[in-house]
Design a protein around this ligand. Sequence first.
Ligand code: NAD
Ligand code: UGA
Length: 470
Amino acid sequence: MVKICCIGAGYVGGPTMAVIALKCPDIEVVVVDISEPRIAAWNSDQLPIYEPGLDDVVKQCRGKNLFFSTDVEKHVAEADIVFVSVNTPTKTQGLGAGKAADLTYWESAARTIADVSKSDKIVVEKSTVPVKTAEAIEKILTHNSKGIKFQILSNPEFLAEGTAIEDLFQPDRVLIGGRETPEGQKAIQSLKSVYAHWVPEDRILTTNLWSAELSKLAANAFLAQRISSVNAMSALCEATGADVAEVSYAIGKDSRIGPKFLNASVGFGGSCFQKDILNLVYICECNGLPEVAEYWKQVIKINDHQKSRFVNRVVSSMFNTVSQKKIAILGFAFKKDTGDTRETPAIDVCKGLLGDKAVLSIYDPQVTEDQIQRDLIMKKFDWDHPLHLQPKSPKSSVKQVSIAWDAYEATKGAHGICILTEWEEFKTIDYKKIYDSMQKPAFVFDGRNVVNAEALREIGFIVYSIGKPL
Ligand code: NAD
Ligand code: UGA
C-alpha cells in the first residue's frame, strides 16, 4: 500500500488529503500537524474548518485510510510521498518584510523530513511558494547526505474556499512540476497515478518545476487582477451613472473575456491573493523588473482603495459622521460558505468605521465572537501563524464592537447596515421588519450587491450599491 503523509492540516491539507483518501482506497493517508487542537478537531465531530461537503468526505474515510495525527516524525518516516502544506505567510520582519514569503514553516518541515527519513521519498510542494523554492528545499533535504534520494515536485493547489470539495472532485486542472531527469519524470508519474484515480488524464498537466511554482502565483495574480479591474470600473460607474452589473455582463459575453470573476465588491479578501501578489512583486523586484513589480502592485492598491472608498461612502452619506452611531455589519467572512476571516475586507471596513468612532454590531453565521475580536486587534500579517501560537481568547476586546446572533438583533436601533459578505440569508431576510426597528433615515450599504436595491428603496431605505446609480 502506498503511504502518503501530509504536513499541515489546514484549509488545504485537510480537504485535499480527505479527497485523496476517498478517491484512492488503496492509499493510506495521514495528515500531521504540530497544532494539537487542530488535530483533535479533525478527529472530532466538529472539524476545524467549515467547508460544504467536507464532513461527509471525512466521515467516509477517517479511521479507514485517512488519519490525523500530531506524530509528525513517525508518519513522515513511514511515507512514500510527503506533501508539505504548511502556511507560507508574508514576512513581517527583516529582509523583504511586508512582501516576501516567510518560509520558516516550510524550512522547518523540510528539516524534519531530512532528519527522520530512512527511505527514498517524493516530497511535494503543496503550499504556495516563491518560484525556485524547490532548489532551496533540495539543499535542505540533502544536507545530511544519508544517501537517501528525494525527488521534489511542485503540485500547487487551486481550490477556492467554500467550494473546496467540488473543486477537488472536479479540478479544472492538476498541475505537477518536476525535474526533467529520468528520476524526476518517474516521480511525476507516481504522483500522476494518485490523481488519475479520479481526474481525467487530459486535466493532469506536467511541467518543469519552475513553471509549476510560478503558475500558481500567476493564476492568483490574474484572478485578483480581474476583481481589481471590475472594482476600478465600479468607481467610474458610480461617477457616470453606468451600472457595473450591466458592464460586467456585457464584457463577460465576449468569449475572450468570459463571465466569471467579474463581480464588483467591497474588495477581495482571503488568505492568498494579497500574500501571493506581494510575493510576486518581491520576486520581480529581486529579478530587476521594477516596472513589472509596479504593475502587479497596482492590483493591491486598487483593492485597498475600494475598501477605503466604501468606508468614505458610508461616512459621507451619513452626514459626514458616524460617531456614536450604531452600524450593523452583516457578514464578516471573506466570502460566503466559509468561516474564514483571513484578510477579509470586513476587517479594514470595520477598522475604518471604528476610526470614525462608530459603534458596530456584527453578525456572521459562521464566524465566532472571539475570532472577530482577534481580527480587529491583530496587526497586519500576524494572522498567518499556526493557530496554536495565537491566544485562545483575545486578551482585550474592542469596546465599540458587539457581536449579534442574527441579522435582526444586529440591525435593531442601527442607523446603517453594511453588507460585507454575500451570505444567501442576506438576500431573504425581512427588510421591512429590519427597517421598522432602525433609526431613520435608515441606510443600507451593499458591499456585495446582494440586495434588491429598488425593493429596499420602496420600503424607505437609502441604498448604496457598489458601482450602481444611487
Ligand atoms: P493553514 O494555516 O490553514 O494550515 C497550515 C498548517 O500547517 C497549520 O495548521 C500549521 O499548524 C501547520 N504547520 C506549520 N508548520 C508546521 C510544521 N513544521 N509541521 C507540522 N505542521 C505545521 O494554511 P492553508 O490555508 O491550508 O494554506 C497552506 C498553503 O496552501 C499556503 O501556502 C497557502 O498559500 C496555500 N493555499 C491555500 C489555499 C486556501 O484556500 N487556503 C488554496 C491554495 C493554496
Ligand atoms: C482563491 C482562488 O480562487 C483559488 O483558485 C486559489 O487556490 C486560492 O485563492 C488560494 O490560493 O488560496 P479563495 O481565496 O478561497 O480562492 O476564494 P475566491 O473565490 O477566489 O475569492 C477571493 C476573494 O475575491 C473573496 O473575497 C471574494 O469575495 C472576492 N471576489 C471573488 C470578488 O470580489 N469578486 C468576484 O467576482 C470573485
